[in-house]
Design a protein around this ligand. Sequence first.
Ligand SMILES: [Zn+2]
Length: 409
Amino acid sequence: MTQLPLRAQLASALGRSAATLSRMTGRGDGSVIGGRVGLMLEPDLLRKLARDRKLALVSATNGKTTTTRLIVNALLDLGEVATNAFGANMPAGHVSALSQHKHAPYGVLEVDEKYLPEVLDTTGASVVCLMNLSRDQMDRAAEIWLLAQKWRRALAGKPTHVIANCDDPLVTWGASTAASVTWVAGGQRWKEDSWCCPECGGPLDRKDSFWACRECTFHRPEPHWVLDDDMAIDPRGQRWMLDIQLPGSANRSNAVMALAVAETFGVPVDRALPRLREVTSVAGRYTMVERDGRHARLLLAKNPAGWLEAFDVADAQLPIILSVNAQGPDGRDTSWLWDVDYRILRGRPVFVTGERRLDLALRLDVADVPFTLCSSFNEALAMQPPGRVDVIANYTAFQQIRSEFGRAV
Ligand SMILES: [Zn+2]
């Protein structure tokens, strides 16, 4: 790897010092502040740090932190991999990730959907992995269509190879200007944002997993990789059991995307898959925390599609605690709760907490789901019989529970 110019070396080193100071003073993991300092001193730092490495960018509405982690684990087969493990997914976080692993020949960066065009332009990443695109809290359908259009513009005319989920029509459209695409049939649980053709606005017809526009030629491309229940089918037709430890079909979808990316980097399935099995929890998700004989499993749901994924993972035999906040990162307006169908929870003991528990309580009441209102997570947990319970929480509610239990990893 060639040496960074002096100014970039200094900016990178000062950024790392700022990150260390931030950690020492208890202001978080420091990955964002360090990157900000670095970028202030050298605005072109990300481009310089990205040069001479083989990078993959990972973007989606849901599952990007987990998929990033799975790809990193697979690529460790090749050597050192730089990554933004704390989910700091904007340019300052990317600067910090690459600064901390200056000599890593590989990088896997989780990228916020809105920043993907900018980060792709700056880093010139050779691989981009795109999984799903749906409304996030207060987004509207038109906004995510605009986002997909920006992806198209960013990918057009670049040599970047894209790995994209062809079961999501909007992702397919967003990826289809790329020079080359590996299509993965990764499934799509949330379909509410893709009834219309992104190309012409006509209605999309669906038959089994195939979809096509009734009014233009836009249709689902033939997949190279297929997720078939708990099996991955590779481009040669070989079937692989996805016996990973992360639960649910959304994670099997993330895993098959990761296998496709790994193969692009030259890691075959038989070497990648054992490394995916090593991942048991990502940033606290799916961790079990324990208090007084109550074992609570933590599931994160940040938006309507995320709730459906969490319902898929939650055990229908167990009681469930739901916690909703509406602080900055959650979106201050909770009206998106009305997009989620909660009727699946009927028949199991449901406990509702969080700062916006009354909003959720009203939503459940309208859906005829009986529940118990609790003033705090601890109260809800104490009301459980000893044994297991599932917890679904949105972003800041999830982080509060994590810090309460000492940031369980
Ligand atoms: Zn159409």
